[in-house]
Design a protein around this ligand. Structure first.
Ligand SMILES: Cc1cc2nc3c(=O)[nH]c(=O)nc-3n(C[C@H](O)[C@H](O)[C@H](O)COP(=O)(O)OP(=O)(O)OC[C@H]3O[C@@H](n4cnc5c(N)ncnc54)[C@H](O)[C@@H]3O)c2cc1C
Length: 394
């Protein structure tokens, strides 16, 4: 079977669905394909998302895909000192809602369909060929090979993306920058506060952190991200140990397990080429500090959709014309990544004792008064060595 379209979007995660929605809204003929039988399932995500980030993209909160509204964050140091932060007083990335991603992703795809995009599920892209008037994506649909002729392809195929590479872009993620994640959805937790997301730092999760994201009174996503360069153990070994030792999780039961990579190393080198744009995780749009990528996948997808539709209208699908997407994403998403990368490096340079000392000082501090100046004062008090490390980075 041969299909003709203006734009083919590979991958119906948040990035792909927003790209398809915006491109269709702006007048292009769009086909959105995904290898999954059910969009959004299985999930590979702790499901924390920023409320304001959704609002900015015109996505109205819908109770069908919100599992929990979080009111803040609890940061836990290796000696179990807790720093509680309130959502109203401090801007916390990826905090606001804990989603039901299986429902959310489907709804984002439905919005793309409402805007006019065609959707093909159980359709796996298997190859890409450049032809005179554009690109041909070869795909497997329900066991049959199909060819999709498009003027532009939007690669939204997630962390293990291949489409960009097939098109000849320099878009590899280094192994060192891929966080290895595993997560259980669990029931029967005994949470001290089941309205806040919890992050545990230090040797409990070398190179990353452990999380508890509540989805119900006794239900939560309990997961971990580690860097393989920082530990000889597997992510699941670290997580099982955490669950056994944490009073909130030790009596809980897993009803689902998710595993996957999270590309925390920053943006890929080439986000556009002739006839192609790369969005979301495939382009490295993941906050290097938190590992969160839903908001930036949505936002990068939206920009890609608009730029691609404009290119269709103008008849110019060259990399030069598509560069507007790079400009928009640099200005609105990527510019903060250096700061987050440095903060992550700093965090990883601290040992358990230093993390404990910082947490002890934090709990004494009025959270409303935390600003860069008070932070520096606090770090001098805790450990001049810790401050020196920070100074070297900034
Ligand atoms: C364990 C874990 C926890 C996380 N927790 C959070 C969190 O709490 N908050 C947050 O903001 N981010 C989190 N993230 C990151 C977040 O899940 C991603 O950043 C986000 O899903 C990226 O969206 P995307 O659309 O770019 O890619 P994806 O959501 O990965 O979607 C890619 C889609 O492409 C499809 N696809 C892939 N290859 C092909 C192909 N060849 N043909 C057709 N379809 C294909 C896949 O089936 C998939 O549907 C987490 C990641 C992990 C691994």
């Amino acid at each position: 079977m041969d299909i003709e379209t203006d734009i083919v979007v590979v991958g119906a995660g948040p990035g792909g669905s927003l790209a398809a929605r915006e491109a269709a809204k702006h007048g292009a003929k769009v086909l959105l394909i995904d290898k999954k039988a059910e969009i959004g399932s299985p999930k590979r995500c702790a499901e924390g998302v920023s409320k304001s980030g959704l609002e900015e993209l015109g996505i109205n909160p819908d109770p069908r895909w919100i599992a929990r509204t979080s009111t803040g964050v609890r940061l836990v140091s290796p000696d179990q000192t807790s720093v509680w932060m309130d959502e109203d007083t401090i801007d916390i990335p990826e905090s606001g809602f804990v989603l039901e991603r299986k429902v959310f992703d489907k709804h984002m795809a439905m919005d793309a369909a409402r805007a006019g995009a065609k959707i093909m599920i159980r359709t796996r892209a298997t190859g890409l060929e450049r032809v005179d008037d554009g690109i041909v994506i070869t795909a497997e649909n329900m066991g049959k090979e199909i060819k999709i002729h498009a003027k532009i392809v939007i690669a939204a195929d997630g962390p293990e993306s291949r489409v960009g590479r097939w098109a000849g872009l320099d878009c590899n993620t280094k192994f060192d920058n891929m966080e290895s994640c595993v997560q259980y959805e669990m029931a029967g937790l005994e949470m001290e506060n089941n309205n806040v997301i919890q992050l545990y730092f230090g040797s409990v999760a070398p190179g990353g952190y452990t999380w508890i994201f509540p989805k119900g009174d006794d239900i939560a996503n309990v997961g971990i991200g580690v860097l393989k360069t920082h530990t000889d153990k597997t992510a699941i070994e670290h997580l099982d140990e955490f669950i056994k030792n944490c009073p909130e999780t030790q009596n809980a039961q897993a009803v689902e397990i998710n595993m996957g990579g999270d590309p925390v190393g920053g943006l890929i080198k080439e986000r556009v080429g002739d006839n192609i744009l790369v969005v979301g995780d495939a382009a490295g749009f993941v906050n290097p500090l938190t590992g969160g990528g839903i908001n930036s996948a949505l936002e990068s997808g939206a920009y890609a959709g608009i730029v691609a539709a404009d290119a269709i209208e103008s008849g110019d699908y060259s990399a030069k014309n598509l560069k507007e997407y790079v400009k928009l994403t640099d200005e609105n998403i990527g510019k903060g990544y250096d700061k987050y990368k440095k903060a992550k490096e700093y965090l990883l340079s601290l040992n358990d004792d230093e993390l404990n000392d910082i947490a002890h000082e934090f709990v004494k501090q009025d959270i409303n008064e935390i600003n860069p100046k008070t932070m520096v004062k606090l770090l001098i008090k805790v450990s001049p060595k810790a401050l020196l490390k920070l100074g070297k980075l900034f």
